[in-house]
Design a protein around this ligand. Structure first.
Ligand code: AMP
Length: 282
């Protein structure tokens, strides 16, 4: 049975026992409502580390005032069963007050503006500050050797890697591929909000990305042209927030498609905000 720990002190105690035995520790930070995408991260952690902690915490500081913090799915029991089936050693599921004893006065971590002023950062001011502080806290609490993050949240991953480098944190960040359901929709805890017909409409996000991939393989390199062509696949009821192109090497916007270009899309489907992306390969 995976141990469920709610207190920071209990996690620290458990980890120090493991470390005394010379065991390596892997951390998979999540907000719960675990799905197949999370599961692949957890499985990878379990194959690479002696002990694995999955954190389940719907982090209030990364939600904007008009976002879905209150209605975000919370399914700890089912999550625990999934963790158990994969062989997780401990679940860290703290309360908000355990993580932020004083929500109005806590030390902030601010990723550089350059990393924030694009993609999701534009419409979610402060979101990545909240992500950075909670992830840094989780790194410090668990003292993990490795932490696992999905490429589904590509900007988040870039920001965390930058934080680890800039703040000299001794942890290895392991990037895990983006996972899709059989119909092509990127798995997400927010997919639970979609009705059957909304889900069907949401499939156009992946279709748009796949179209861009095909056009690139056929030799097209203009981002404007592929964007114009691919957006013809947009379904009704889907409101695009962005379809943007970035070099993964330096996180700069690009007008030319090439190997390793990040093609990222965000859209609202009846007010449910979804993100997806691909990284072009030759
Ligand atoms: P979340 O619970 O949404 O905060 O996600 C926790 C971790 O799981 C993050 O590192 C995400 O990038 C990762 N993740 C979520 N969905 C997917 C997916 N479809 N494929 C790969 N990783 C994912």
């Amino acid at each position: 049975m995976s141990l469920i720990l709610n207190n920071i002190s209990n996690v620290k105690e458990q980890v120090s026992q493991w470390k005394k035995q010379g065991l390596s520790v892997g951390l998979v930070p999540t907000m719960g409502a675990l799905h197949h995408g999370h599961k692949t991260l957890i499985e990878k952690a379990c194959t690479e580390c002696d002990k694995v902690i999955v954190s389940i915490f719907v982090n209030p500081t990364q939600f904007g005032p008009n976002e879905d913090f209150n209605k975000y799915p919370r399914t700890l029991e089912t999550d625990a069963t999934i963790c158990e089936s994969v062989g997780v050693d401990a679940i860290f599921a703290p309360s908000a007050s355990e993580m932020y004893p004083d929500m109005n006065t806590y030390t902030k971590v601010m990723p550089p503006e350059f990393y924030q002023n694009k993609l999701c950062g534009k419409s979610r001011p402060g979101h990545f500050d909240g992500v950075a502080v909670v992830v840094l806290k989780l790194f410090n609490i668990t003292q993990a050797d490795k932490a696992y993050f999905g490429l589904k949240d590509a900007q988040q991953l870039m920001i965390i890697e930058k934080m680890v480098t800039d703040l000299n944190i001794s942890i290895k960040i392991v990037k895990c591929p983006l996972i899709r359901d059989e119909d092509g929709l990127a798995t997400s805890s927010r997919n639970k909000y979609l009705s059957a017909s909304e889900r069907k409409n949401a499939l156009c996000l992946n279709k748009i990305l796949q179209k861009i991939k095909i056009l690139y393989k056929e030799g097209e390199t203009s981002t404007n042209k592929v964007k114009q062509e691919a957006l013809k696949l947009l379904s009704g009821g889907v409101e695009i927030e962005y379809l943007d192109f970035y070099k993964t090497s330096n996180f700069k916007e690009t007008s030319t498609l090439e190997q390793n270009t990040l093609v990222a899309i965000a859209a609202k489907v009846n007010n449910v905000r979804l993100i997806d992306n691909i990284i072009l390969e030759n």
